[in-house]
Design a protein around this ligand. Structure first.
Ligand SMILES: [Fe+2]
Ligand SMILES: [Fe+2]
Length: 301
């Protein structure tokens, strides 16, 4: 076996790592909009020379709004996927069922957490930021695919939050402490989810022929392309909000759009694709699958 994860031990460490919503953000707590919210390694707004420092910070905050809404969308399709996966095992290994139901319950809590942060954002930010959606339609489109492909997308997402947390510690001198705490607390629980999702992916891949795995990887790429299209549309909404907030049109809008779309590709796809643990699961599933995904990764860097 390429890992030593099991349902019983992961459930125990999940329970130890658990937090409550109020530990991270109380319902009436306010974000500090005099600071950046997102780590620069993800938002990449300081690299845009045609924006002044104030405008860079505003776009960084809009990128944080994107983070809250994209994760809201993602958590919403993870939840039904988990319940579908738990159901066939109700009469089997009870550690598996308990661990997966706890995983699902934590994701439902994360939906609340991202919503709570979103409400705080809306209270403190001067203009309205539009969001792609509706989330139910996005989730339904993703869940139409082979469960192995969906499981791999979710595994990639679980591991990527580790990269996001590390990015936020590196920038810790002037990030809003509440947003940094969001990254940290989310990562703490996601680190356990990633182990469980590894077990789920192992189970879904078991007994599949190379051809069937290849087909699932095709579908993994279909989901990736669908998400990428959404990220591009979201980058456009983000620039609309920026223009509204700073009261001027961007003369090099296309250039900034491409740069911000690329930042989102790294944040929501690439940073998971290149995670060592994700790559190890792919290797164990099929070296060819690992190679196909490694070849695509530079597009999302
Ligand atoms: Fe989550
Ligand atoms: Fe998760």
């Amino acid at each position: 076996m390429y890992h030593d994860f099991n349902y019983e031990a992961t459930l125990a460490s999940s329970i130890r790592a658990q937090w409550q919503l109020d530990d991270v953000l109380k319902a009436d707590q306010e974000l500090d909009f005099s600071r950046r919210l997102m780590p620069e390694s993800l938002a990449r707004t300081a690299a845009i020379e045609t924006l002044n420092p104030f405008e860079q910070r505003v776009l960084n905050q809009i990128s944080a709004h994107q983070y809250l809404t994209i994760f809201g969308i993602v958590e919403e399709f993870i939840l039904p996927f988990l319940l579908d996966h738990a159901r066939p095992h109700l009469l089997g290994d009870d550690w598996r069922v308990r661990a997966i139901l706890n995983f699902a319950s934590e994701e439902a809590k994360h939906i609340h957490l991202f919503k709570r942060f979103h409400q705080a954002f809306v209270r403190g930010f001067p203009v309205e930021c539009q969001v792609i959606g509706p989330s139910e339609a996005i989730g339904a489109e993703i869940l139409k695919h082979d469960p192995l492909a969906v499981g791999l997308v979710i595994l990639m997402i679980e591991w990527m939050t580790q990269q996001h947390y590390l990015g936020s510690i590196r920038d810790d001198n002037d990030l809003d402490p509440l947003f940094r705490s969001l990254m940290k607390n989310h990562w703490m629980e996601e680190a356990q989810h990633a182990k469980l999702d590894t077990l789920i992916v192992d189970a879904l891949g078991e007994g599949r022929s190379e051809e069937q795995i290849d087909k699932a990887i095709d579908e993994f790429f279909e989901i990736g392309a669908f998400l990428d299209e959404g990220l591009k549309a979201q980058a456009g909404f983000n620039l609309d909000a920026l223009e509204l907030a700073i009261g001027r049109k961007l003369e090099n809008r296309d250039e900034i759009l491409a740069q911000q779309h690329q930042a989102a590709r790294w944040t929501y796809i690439g940073s998971g694709m290149v995670h060592e643990r994700f790559k190890t699961t792919l290797e164990s599933l099929s070296p060819r699958a690992a190679q196909r995904i490694a070849e695509a990764a530079p597009i999302f860097a």
